[in-house]
Design a protein around this ligand. Structure first.
Ligand code: MLT
Length: 326
């Protein structure tokens, strides 16, 4: 027969255990005000476009506005540092990607954040195949000629990117290392402005995420030599893969995802993740993302745990590729 004292102790520890699962009031009613989504690059670029498409639907689900704040500089690491230091109350989020949450680790020895330690993964939004693009009057007609031309004119050609550690920088670092060339890098605050320069013929080539290139390729204002994925992209059926075009070694697909500051409550992460998943299942959101060549994550890849694994794997993948470049 349990004594009164031990019964009371058992009840107290049971209540204490329940308390550990009690959702704080702030999370129960979350969100109760506008959410800020930091985009680490200039408006109009791939990260900005993907963020705006998905967060517009998330805001409907959450019943609160989501305001995009474009914070530029240092290949996206300025914004990502700010997000890492933001309050972990669910009201400041960031759309990070293969650059801010993987490539930047080997490229910035004194990076002020760590993608795994300083963030809570929320949800993967879109995979973004990389394309090799050039200004319309760049002499090479195809990828084989591009390779020969860039090798023969290595000191003269230049490549645009969105800052050291950005996707456009990291993926072209991979391309340039395969070709064994070191073109002049021309940095911009995002590949939105970089694309304007490419269309204007002010820069020679760029490795960019497909969502930024589809409209310009369809308008005939730039050249696309190849897409760096095993299969052609349905949004660009006439653009060959790098394998078809004779450069199978260049394979590169980036991704964009939502992250929250470390310590954001699991309940808030779950609320945000559910809203992101609902957006990715919305017909109009899917149509807009697919038209731009995005790869919409399969359900199994939409969990915070899957995103944590992706970040870990991408840091491991890009570190040996980029370490020599730093
Ligand atoms: C990049 O990493 O190149 C950026 O995503 C470009 C952008 O979104 O402006």
């Amino acid at each position: 027969m349990m004594s009164i004292r031990s019964l009371a102790g058992a009840c107290l520890s049971a209540f204490a255990a329940l308390g550990a699962f009690a959702v704080p009031a702030s999370a129960q009613n979350y969100p109760t005000r506008t959410i800020t989504m930091i985009v680490p690059f200039a408006a109009g670029g791939p990260t900005d476009v993907i963020s705006r498409i998905v967060t517009a639907h998330m805001a409907q689900t959450l019943g609160q506005s989501i305001v995009i704040e474009n914070v530029v500089g240092a290949g996206g690491t300025t914004a990502t540092t700010r997000a890492a230091r933001a309050a972990n109350d669910g009201y400041t989020l960031i759309t990070g990607h293969m650059g801010t949450h993987a490539a930047s680790v080997p490229l910035y020895p004194k990076l002020a954040y760590h993608p795994e330690k300083d963030f809570e993964p929320v949800a993967l939004l879109a995979g973004t195949p990389i394309l090799i693009l050039a200004r319309k009057d760049f002499p090479p007609k195809d990828l084989k000629e591009f390779v020969a031309y860039v090798k023969a004119n290595a000191e003269k050609v230049n490549a645009a990117h969105a800052g050291i550690g950005s996707v456009s920088h990291a993926s072209c670092e991979l391309l340039n290392s395969i070709l064994d060339v070191k073109p002049v890098g021309v940095p911009f605050n995002g590949t939105g402005p970089a694309m304007n320069a490419l269309v204007a013929g002010q820069v020679d080539y760029m490795c960019d995420q497909i969502v930024n290139a589809v409209p310009q390729i369809n308008a005939g204002t730039i050249k696309a030599y190849a897409v760096a994925t095993p299969e052609r992209n349905p949004s660009l059926p006439n653009v060959p893969t790098t394998t078809e075009a004779g450069l199978p070694a260049f394979q590169a697909q980036a991704w964009n995802a939502v992250f929250a500051p470390k310590g954001t409550s699991p309940a808030i992460i779950a609320t945000l993740n559910a809203a992101a998943i609902k957006a990715l299942d919305d017909e109009n959101v899917r149509k807009r993302l697919l038209e731009l060549g995005s790869v919409i994550p399969a359900p199994a890849n939409r969990t915070p745990e899957a995103l944590a694994t992706l970040v870990k794997n991408e840091i491991a993948k890009w570190t040996p590729v980029l370490k020599p470049a730093s």
